[in-house]
Ligand binder design. Structure first.
Ligand code: BT5
Length: 335
């Protein structure tokens, strides 16, 4: 009779089976070899292979030849994202969900339960993805990066918006490393490509007046969203990396690259290097250009001049007066 695979030990054996198939990728490994290596029955080997197939791993099995791993799915599985990640803080702990309402909401809940700094929550799909001011964020399955990180920096609440700029910069750097595309940053939280919105950042915090308990940085990035997938409200205003590059972008390696940049930028931020990070942000930003700014319901055309050392936007109105914007919506003047 086939040996029963215990629920407890089978996930780690499955990882071992997968590791062996990956090591021998493109080559058949016999059922006997796997079963001898792992100390499990042939039937158990078969069950693990079947389970991996259900997870999307493309494995061919042939009688007398064995099993061959042909392709790894581009899903944001912990084992794939954590493989070779080597970050110090960001992504050290990583939670994955096929579907979730909002990754920011999940991180908030984990944070309240004492989860440690650096934890990342990623989902294939969000059913209640959120933007700022209660706006919704379109997060279709399998074609974007929808993830959030938990930070516990020793900051004052008014210093927290700086983290949005740092996260935007890190995301832009990760995209450049993976695709060669240089995205533009729009104050305070947008990533743009070809004048269209590629991604956005939602920073939320739990704080008292003089003490931040935790910060949740949510990042949404359109990776392989197809032209036909956009809802009418986003057609022509949103863009994905695939649309810009004309090819599918592997999400796992993109996420890894972004997590590495976040890890590096956050370390530098904590070490007091915000001015240098801001300088890098400026180089990629829409500055010294006309924009519409909406403040308290009123929309005005101004010039985005610069960001100050605290990361606030400086704008010049038609009379040449400079003012400092702490929070607001900026729209590009097209054309
Ligand atoms: C943002 O808000 O740009 C922040 C988006 C943050 C999303 C991430 S995904 C992971 C994490 N979990 C969440 O629930 N949220 C974060 P805002 O600046 O308010 O922009 C929202 C506006 O962008 C919407 O009103 C739409 O006009 C537009 N929009 C919505 N979905 C979009 C998409 N996928 N691509 C481009 N534009 C989009």
């Amino acid at each position: 009779m086939a040996k029963k695979v215990h629920g407890e030990e089978s996930p780690s054996i499955r990882e071992e089976v997968l590791r062996l198939l990956k090591k021998e990728k493109g080559r058949f490994v016999s059922g006997e070899e796997i079963s001898a290596d792992m100390g499990i029955s042939r039937t158990a080997v078969w069950k693990h292979i079947q389970a991996l197939r259900e997870e999307g791993y493309d494995i061919i099995s042939l009688p007398r030849q064995g099993h061959q791993l042909v392709a790894v799915p581009d899903r944001l599985y912990p084992r794939e994202v954590k493989e070779g990640l080597a970050t110090a803080v960001i992504g050290r702990r990583y939670h994955y969900y096929p579907v979730v309402d909002s990754t920011n909401a999940v991180v908030r809940k984990l944070a309240a339960e004492g989860e440690e700094e650096g934890t990342v929550v990623a989902a294939e799909e969000q059913t209640g993805g959120r933007g700022r001011l209660g706006r919704s964020w379109f997060s279709p399955p399998g074609s974007g990066l929808w993830f959030s990180l938990l930070l516990r920096p020793a900051l004052l609440p008014r210093e927290v918006p700086r983290l949005t700029l740092v996260a935007g910069l890190a995301t832009a750097k990760g995209i450049a490393k993976t695709t060669g595309l240089e995205v533009r940053l729009k104050w305070p939280n947008d990533l743009y490509l070809d004048g269209r919105k590629l991604g956005g950042i939602l920073t939320e915090m739990e704080a008292e007046l003089d003490r931040v308990h935790f910060v949740v940085v949510g990042i949404g990035l359109n990776v392989n969203v197809g032209e036909e997938e956009w809802p009418p409200s986003l057609r022509g205003t949103a863009i994905s990396l695939r649309e810009a590059c004309g090819r599918e972008i592997p999400r796992v390696s993109l996420l890894q690259a972004i997590l590495r940049e976040l890890d590096d930028c956050y370390r530098r931020f904590l070490a007091g290097e915000f001015p240098a990070l801001l300088q890098e942000w400026r180089q990629r930003a829409y500055l010294r250009c006309p924009v519409f700014i909406t403040l308290g319901g009123e929309k005005r055309r101004v010039e985005a001049v610069d960001v100050d050392e605290e990361g606030m936007l400086l704008v010049r109105n038609e009379d040449g007066e400079i003012s400092r914007v702490v929070a607001g919506d900026v729209e590009l003047v097209q054309g």
